[in-house]
Structures are given as structure tokens and as C-alpha cells.
Design a protein around this ligand. Structure first.
Ligand SMILES: *[C@@H]1O[C@H](CO)[C@@H](O)[C@H](O)[C@H]1NC(C)=O
Ligand SMILES: *[C@@H]1O[C@H](CO)[C@@H](O)[C@H](O)[C@H]1NC(C)=O
Ligand SMILES: *[C@@H]1O[C@H](CO)[C@@H](O)[C@H](O)[C@H]1NC(C)=O
Ligand SMILES: *[C@@H]1O[C@H](CO)[C@@H](O)[C@H](O)[C@H]1NC(C)=O
Ligand SMILES: [Ca+2]
Ligand SMILES: [Ca+2]
Length: 247
């Protein structure tokens, strides 16, 4: 009995332990199925997240594509615009160059005036005859403010042109203020022996005569003619005299 009891208890115990075991086994089975459910849920979530990401990525790509197309359209428009302006610029620059060449040819060949208003064109130079009278230094300085200088006569043609337009004595850009008897132009060039138009007198002293009868300092400034008489030759005169002038 005792042993039976013992046995039975053992059986019971084994049953109990078996139960435990089976319960345990059942537990593990349940856990595994839960795991499966859990895993599939996770997969679903992951899939959804992935899908959402995909949608977003596709949307982004679409937007990028649209932007790219727009920008490339704008860029190509600008490019054609730019090349158009470039071509236009080259055409205009060419025209400008040709016009300048034509002008310069006109300037040198014909006597076509390209001088400011009230200035007279001759031989590629512009001349201006003053309407006011000033002493020589004033005249010289005034010419500079007009953008020129007192006239410098370099040829017979120029002498003829300049004197053809004057009816009274005018200052020219010639003086011997620095060194008596050494006549220089306002550009510091000395008078050429071959190009000078001093008044010559057959039986009397020729110009420049440094006349001292009116003023003891003598005459140091050159003019066309004198206050009474011809104007187509040079004479030295008193620098303080007021005369018209050519520029
Ligand atoms: C060129 O540019 C001008 C000024 O930016 C604009 O008005 C014009 O529409 C453009 N032309 C083309 C063909 O893009
Ligand atoms: C024409 O000649 C004048 C006088 O020499 C000069 O000042 C002017 O610049 C010239 N004009 C052209 C277009 O060459
Ligand atoms: C001109 O006159 C001045 C003043 O009398 C005198 O100093 C000078 O030597 C004269 N020049 C000539 C070339 O006679
Ligand atoms: C010329 O005139 C100015 C202004 O009236 C005067 O200051 C200057 O001394 C004069 N020069 C001569 C050489 O007379
Ligand atoms: Ca003199
Ligand atoms: Ca004189």
C-alpha cells in the first residue's frame, strides 16, 4: 500500500510533472504562434511604411522632374535670348566701326564740317573766330577754356584760310615773351623759317620790329595785321592790346 501509495504519488507526481510539461509545451506553442502574428504585423507595418516612403519618393521624383523641365525650359529660353543679344551686339559693333571709318574718310577727304557749332572746318582742323576782343594772354587762356588754343599756322594754305575770314587785326598763337627775338608758338614749337608770314617792307624795317615808340617794353605778341590796314600778314604787337583772336 505504502509503496502503491508511494507509486501512485509518484505517478501523480509524474502526471503532475507531465502536466507541467505539457502545459509548458502548450505555452511554447502559444508563444510561437503569437510570435508569428507579431512578426506578420511588423512586416505589415514595415510594408506600409515602405509603401508610404515609396509614394513620397515617387512624389519627390515627380516634383524634381517637373522642376527640371521648367528650369531647362527657362535656361534654354535665356540661352537663345543671350545668343540673340550677342549677335545683335556684333552686328551693331560692326556697323559702328564702319560708320566711324566713313566719318574719318569724310573728315580727311572732303571739307565736311565735323566741328562744333560756330566752329569752321578746314583741312581737318576746326577754327573759331572770337566776337570779343581781349589782350594776348587773356585770349590765349580763353582759347584753352574753349577746348582749343590760339591758332598755330603751319602752311601757306592755313595762312590763306585763316586770313580769308578776318577783317580786322586778330591775335595768333605766337610770342617772344620768354626770349626776345625768339618766336615760339603756344605749343612751344619755334617758327619755321620756311613757314612765316611776317610783314616785309622794301625800304623800311620789316616785322617783327619790336616797336618801342608806344611802349618801352617793345612788342612780344604776334597778330594778323594791325588795327589800321591789311590783315594777311604777321606783325608783332603790344601784348596788352585787345584784339579778336582765332582758335
Ligand atoms: C528675352 O528676354 C526679354 C527680357 O528679359 C523677354 O521679355 C523676352 O520674352 C525673352 N525672349 C525669349 C524668346 O525668351
Ligand atoms: C575730324 O577732325 C577733327 C579735327 O582734326 C577731329 O577733332 C575730329 O575728332 C575728327 N573726327 C573724326 C570722326 O575723325
Ligand atoms: C625789343 O625791345 C626791348 C625793350 O626795349 C629790348 O629789351 C629788346 O632788346 C628789343 N629786342 C630787339 C630784338 O631789338
Ligand atoms: C590782360 O588782361 C588781364 C585782365 O584784364 C590782366 O590781368 C592782364 O594783366 C593783361 N595782360 C597784359 C599783358 O596786358
Ligand atoms: Ca619782342
Ligand atoms: Ca611790330
Amino acid at each position: 500500500m505504502d509503496s502503491l501509495y508511494e507509486n501512485s504519488s509518484f505517478i501523480l507526481r509524474t502526471v503532475a510533472s507531465g502536466e507541467k510539461c505539457s502545459r509548458y509545451k502548450g505555452n511554447t506553442v502559444m508563444q510561437e504562434s503569437e510570435k508569428e502574428v507579431y512578426l506578420s504585423k511588423r512586416t505589415k507595418v514595415l510594408l506600409i511604411v515602405f509603401a508610404v516612403c515609396l509614394v513620397f519618393a515617387l512624389g519627390g521624383l515627380c516634383i524634381l522632374g517637373i522642376l527640371y523641365v521648367r528650369v531647362s525650359v527657362l535656361l534654354s529660353a535665356k540661352k537663345t535670348n543671350g545668343t540673340n543679344y550677342k549677335e545683335e551686339f556684333y552686328v551693331l559693333r560692326n556697323q559702328h566701326k564702319k560708320t566711324l571709318e566713313k566719318l574719318s574718310r569724310l573728315n580727311h577727304s572732303t571739307g565736311c564740317a565735323l566741328c562744333a557749332v560756330h566752329w569752321i572746318h578746314s583741312g581737318g582742323k576746326c577754327y573759331y573766330y572770337s566776337t570779343v576782343r581781349m589782350n594776348w594772354t587773356q585770349s590765349r587762356d580763353h582759347c584753352v577754356t574753349l577746348g582749343g588754343h590760339l591758332v598755330i599756322i603751319n602752311s601757306k594754305a592755313e595762312q590763306d584760310f585763316v586770313t580769308s575770314n578776318v577783317e580786322e587785326t586778330h591775335w595768333i598763337g605766337l610770342n617772344d615773351l620768354d626770349t626776345e627775338g625768339h618766336w615760339v608758338w603756344v605749343n612751344n614749337q619755334p617758327v619755321s623759317n620756311s613757314v612765316e608770314f611776317w610783314k616785309k617792307r622794301e625800304n623800311d624795317i620789316s616785322e617783327p620790329d619790336n616797336w618801342t615808340k608806344v611802349h618801352p617794353d617793345g612788342e612780344d605778341c604776334a597778330s594778323l595785321g594791325h588795327p589800321k590796314g591789311e590783315t594777311d600778314f604777321w606783325m608783332d604787337a603790344y601784348c596788352f592790346e585787345e584784339k579778336k583772336f582765332c582758335v
